[in-house]
Ligand binder design. Sequence first.
Ligand code: AMP
Ligand code: GLY
Length: 442
Amino acid sequence: MLWPCAAVAPSLERGSQKGKSAMNILILGSGGREHSLAWAVKQNPKCGRLIVAPGNSGTAAIAENAALDIEDGAAVAAFVQEQTIDFVIIGPEAPLAAGVADHLRAAGVLCFGPSQAAAELEASKAFTKEICAAANAPTAGYAVFENAADAKAYVRAEGLPLVIKADGLAAGKGVTIPQTEDEALADIDAMFGGSFGAAGASVVIEEFMDGEEASFFVLVDGETCLPIGTAQDHKRMGDGDTGPNTGGMGAYSPAPVLTDPLALQALDEIVRPTMAEMARRGTPYQGVLYAGLMIKDGIARLVEYNVRFGDPECQVLMMRLGGQVLDLLQAAAEGRLSEAQVNWADDHALTVVMAAQGYPGSYNKGTVISGLEALPTDSKNMVFHAGTAAKDGQVTAAGGRVLNVTARGASLADAQARAYAMVDQIDWPEGFCRRDIGWRAL
Ligand code: AMP
Ligand code: GLY
C-alpha cells in the first residue's frame, strides 16, 4: 500500500456523504505538485469524486488516475463532460500555454488557471518585461533581440554581468548567466541556432540582479489579488548550492527573507500593477501567480512570473494550507476572491526532494523504493510522489525527481528535523537528496 494511514480518508467520507453538494474535481498534471494539490483538495468536505490526469502512483492511492492528453483542450473538455466534472484545476504550464483553460471556459466549465493570452506571462519573457515596463513594476533592465548579430553587439557594448534568456518556454533551461564574454556570445549562438527550438527565436538580455531569491504566491481572480504564501527553493543539485541546476531539490515555506513589509511592497508595486495592466489589455489573469523575486537592500524586484504553482514549492504551501485550498481556488475561478480569506497557522513546512542518482543528467528508472509504508501520513508528515510507478505491489522510481518528503513543524528547524527523519527511513540505495534543505533560513 502506498497510502497506509487513514489521514485523508475521513474527509473523503464527508465529501461523499454530502451527496449532491460534493464537487467532482479534475486535476491536470502528474508531479509532486499535483499529488500535493490532490491531497489538500481531498481534505475539503466539498470534494466528491477526485480525478488526476494523468497522475502518478501517489495520486492513484488517493484519487482516480485517468489517461488523458492534458495539452489537448478539446479532449480535456470532452472528458469533463463525460465524467460530469464540476471543477478543473490545471497544474503545469504546458496545458495553460496551450489554451486548455480557454477551451474549458468556452464549454462553460469552471476552471482554475489562466487563459492562453494571460499565460504569456510565463510563455514569453519579452511579454512579461513589456507588461512590467507598462506597469512601472521594478525588474531588471532588458533588451529583446530577434537576431544574433544585434544581441552580440549589445553584449560587447554593455559588458558582463548579464543574463541571457530564450524568450519562450524551455523547461526551466533557457536561462544562462555567462561568466565570460565568449561564453555569452556562444550562448546567443546556441539560442538562435535552435538549442531551445522555437523558444529561442527571440532572446532577452537582462541586467544581472544580485540578492537573495524568494517566491511569492498570489491568487488572482482577474481583479483581486490574494497572497497565499512565500517559499524558497534550492535549484542546485548539491549541498551548499553547488553542482548543476535542477527543477528544485527542496523548498520551505515561509521564506523569512520575504518579510511582511517586503511582501506588501511586492504586492503593491509588482503584482497588483501588472495584474491591472493585464486586465486593462483585455486579458485579465485568473489563477495562481508565482512571482520569483530578487531581494536586495530591503527592496524586491521581479525576476520572472510563472503562471502555476512551483514544484516543489506547491508541496510546502499545500502542507500549510490544507483543505481550505479548494475554497480558495474555487473563489479565484469564480471571481469571488474579495470575499475569500486565508486562515494562517503560524507554522513552517519543508520538503526534501529525493531524486534518482544521475539526475539532472541521465538516470535509471525502475529501481525499488522501500520503507514508505512505515512512514506517518498525516497533516504534519507526507511523502508526495513526483516520479513513481507501482509495479508488482512495489513502488519504483519512474523519473528524475521521485519523492517529496514533506513535513510541517512549529519552527523551520522542527520541520527540517521531521522531514529528514522520514528520509532516513526510506530505503532506496539508487536515490539521493540534499542534506541541507533550509540552510539559508536556518
Ligand atoms: P527564470 O527562468 O527567468 O526564472 O531564470 C532562472 C534563474 O536565473 C532565476 O531563478 C535566477 O536565479 C536567475 N536569473 C534570472 N534572471 C536573472 C537576473 N536578471 N539577475 C540575476 N539572476 C537571474
Ligand atoms: N521550482 C521551480 C519551479 O517550479 O519553477
